[in-house]
Ligand binder design. Sequence first.
Ligand code: ZN
Ligand code: ZN
Length: 498
Amino acid sequence: MPKSNSEKDFLEFLQEIDAYHELISLAHWDLRTKIPKKGVETRSEAIGVLSAKVHEMQTSDKMKHFIDELKHKTNDEVIQKAVEECELDYERNRKIPGAEYKEYVTLQGQAEAAWQEAREKENFQLFQPYLERLVEFNKKFANYWGYEDHIYDALLDQYEPGMTVKTLDKVFPALRDSLTELRQKVNSSKAHVDSSLVLGYFSKEQQRNFSIEVLKQMNYDFEAGRLDDTIHPFEITLNLQDVRITTRYDENDFRMAVFGIIHEGGHALYEQNINQKLARTPLATGTSMGIHESQSLFWENLIGRSNGFWQANYEKFKSFAPDFFNDLDTRQFYQAINEVKPTLIRIEADELTYALHIMVRYELEKALINGEIEVKDLPDLWNEKMVDYLGIEPANDAEGVLQDIHWSSGDFGYFPSYALGYMYAAQFYNTLNQQLEVDSIVQSGDLSPITNWLKENIHQYGKMKKPLELLQDITNESLNPAHLVNYLTEKYSRIYNF
Ligand code: ZN
Ligand code: ZN
């Protein structure tokens, strides 16, 4: 059916917004990869100006006009979904009074600076008053936005649409108990698993060359992307034909760059494989933080840290790697890269204990927003939970409650996405195994049947399907933590002989 005039005008308006987004992203990419130090300040201001412009368009009367004119009145499925996305943004932004939002943005800047200082001085109290205000703001916003059961749901919904406390409280405790149990089994195992066997000088250039081979195996399209250096690795989409990844190298520990690149490559495949008919609309991105993370973790861990993958790739790896790897056979190498060792720092965690770090954060932030605990109680409660779930206790706040940036930028409701990403990944993996011979595909070194399966079932849809809808359509069940527990039990019982 030909498009009506208002449909055409709407798409044109979306493309205008998207053009700003593309250049904001390009400016961000440059800011985090190439910019000379003295250029940072003006650049940040330019990004601020352009972002304000986008915000203005998203909340304009013109946008409201399109929403009223097209919602439920268009026969075009893409336009209908795009209208719904625009309406969500419009409502969310409109419900917060302008003056309050301005105050909040200023507070975010101050809070981040206070957090950095508090972390350096290992003193939570320096950050406490800022965090108290951020929590109050978030409670207020949640009330403006509205919720059915639980105030925290309104915050969660920003990152994981449709997810609720009710669902999380059904699956997280079961996952937490199973992981704690697994951790204890690993702890009492006598198996000799030692990651230090793979540490040693490995040049940055050769790490990069090997990683590029892996990206090609994953079918990352280098004609629609590139790999650069940075300090905090990220994936960024300028448009669907320009999806970039970045990494950071440790020349004495190849795992940082190699697994980091596979991780960001997983995010990038998701974006590169979104259907072109969604291009330049708000639907041309991953459907949620959790589903996005499921794609990066799927590649990084379920494929990249699997036995089959290294059976296929260890010889190639050794052709890039320093000589000392000749003393390790595939089995020893595989075990070494899968050592389980509880750490105080979330981003250093292995795949078995990672979700336990998320439980600590989820339980605390939910209780904060709910008013069950106070900000001043956080450090003690944090340390107690670390002992309960991971069996280790931070010596100071810097390696405890102050380690993550999220709360200092007011991002409450974000953390669950990480644990959900693991659960989604394992649940997808279970279905994938029913439909394809995953082990033999991985061992063949040609991963395209897997990339194609992900594209067909997940990537192509962009934001056309909500996360839980996608999960149900693919796996025929709702969120089920048993898949992650089964995957981890099977893997680690072999590595640790229990
Ligand atoms: Zn990342
Ligand atoms: Zn990620």
